[in-house]
Design a protein around this ligand. Structure first.
Ligand SMILES: Nc1ncnc2c1ncn2[C@@H]1O[C@H](COP(=O)(O)OP(=O)(O)OP(=O)(O)O)[C@@H](O)[C@H]1O
Ligand SMILES: [Mg+2]
Length: 349
């Protein structure tokens, strides 16, 4: 048999895209109240009045992004209000955010213009309409002046800010806070039954009927509930599918669920005391040397190889203890500016 002979492969997936991390499910379960709350903040715009601003916070992986995007989608489909969703982890400067807004309104004359110039040009266009500007992961913006500008220059709008970090809003500049004056909404983690329900629904989108055994689902749901992050749950479903496919099985059973969970545990056991100490040391180093480049930090750290050091940085970033911004420092090539960016503690790892 050839290495790439795929002829015996059992088809288990109905739509594997439903397990992608940025998939937007049709149905957002158990977040009706939150979606109504968001809609109520936006509703005044329907009558050409200014909307209410909203600050959403809560732990990772509990539906803040999907629920908000779902509301924005309904808004787009059913009203003339212009919804704009911007992920500030990816678009982390005022300029990038403004360029995203330009994309939404199809404004193309942005070349060689400063952020201020572009804002001056697009404000009249934005002010012909009502709009909702959602800045997800808002704490990742490198300079919050852009929030101030949007609040000042756009007249009929709702600004939605989303972050994991409840304390962030407290630390915002008082000029911004007084203009923002937001409604606050916390997303609480799902209970076990809700976790199970969401995973079950996702299985029905992603897999063919009767592929996923209820025992395997139960194992994954328990683990997901324990971790409290649905993103991990969806990842585990995908790992189960991949494990079954690799064995040419047309059913996902306890074995596949355990294999998938072991992959998570591998990550966890790497978290033994040594590694934890290592990560903790690097995290403290970053805290005390905020916004330095990765190579400067590595020099201060002074141990092991840069490659291992960078891996630790990646791990801290993935788990949202820090944020990394790529920069190009001439001949030195790719570098990262590292910011201490979360209130998470290492024992939440
Ligand atoms: N109520 C739900 N119904 C369907 N899928 C959900 C629901 N809640 C969460 N999910 C799924 O869980 C994953 C994580 O959700 P989401 O991205 O909204 O989390 P978040 O709260 O924004 O997390 P973070 O703070 O890390 O950005 C996504 O794959 C999403 O589709
Ligand atoms: Mg999110």
């Amino acid at each position: 048999m050839g290495l790439f002979d795929d002829s015996k492969r059992q088809n288990i997936f109905l739509n594997p895209i439903a397990l992608d991390y940025d998939y937007q499910p049709k149905l957002i379960l158990y977040r009706e109240n939150q979606q109504h709350f968001i809609a109520n903040c936006i509703k005044p715009l329907l009558n050409d009045r200014n909307g209410k601003n909203l600050f959403i916070h809560g732990k990772p992986g509990i539906g803040k992004t999907v629920a908000t995007r779902h509301v924005l989608k309904e808004l787009e489909e059913n009203t003339d209000i212009l919804p704009m969703y911007i992920n500030c982890w990816k678009k982390n400067t005022g300029h990038k955010i403004i360029l995203e807004i330009c994309n939404y309104i199809d404004y193309r004359f942005t070349m060689n213009k400063s952020t201020e110039e572009i804002i001056d040009n697009i404000s009249p266009i934005l002010n012909k309409k009502c709009c909702v500007i959602c800045l997800d992961e808002a704490d990742k913006i490198d300079n919050y002046d852009i929030i101030y500008t949007l609040l000042e220059d756009v007249f009929r709008k709702t600004v939605i800010l989303i972050t994991n970090n409840k304390e962030w809003i407290v630390k915002l500049d008082s000029r911004i806070k007084s203009r923002l004056n937001p409604e606050l909404m916390e997303f609480k983690p799902y209970n076990y039954d809700e976790t199970l329900g969401i995973l079950k629904e996702r299985i029905s989108y992603a897999f063919l009927p009767n592929i996923f055994s209820s025992k395997a689902l139960e194992l994954i749901a328990k683990k997901t509930f324990e971790i409290g992050d649905l993103r991990t749950g969806v990842y585990l479903l995908k790992e189960c599918g991949d494990a079954a496919e690799l064995k040419n099985k047309n059913r996902i059973e306890e074995n596949e669920a355990n294999e998938a969970m072991n992959k998570l545990d591998e990550f966890k056991t790497k978290n033994d005391d040594d590694l934890k100490e290592d990560l903790n040391e690097i995290l403290m180093l970053i805290k005390n040397n905020n916004n330095k480049s990765s190579s400067e930090l590595f020099d201060i750290y002074g141990k092991g190889s840069y490659k291992t050091f960078k891996r630790r940085l990646d791990e801290l970033e993935k788990n949202k203890f820090i944020s990394m911004k790529e920069v190009h420092l001439g001949a030195g090539g790719r570098q990262y500016i590292i910011s201490y960016g979360s209130l998470k503690k290492l024992d939440e790892f």
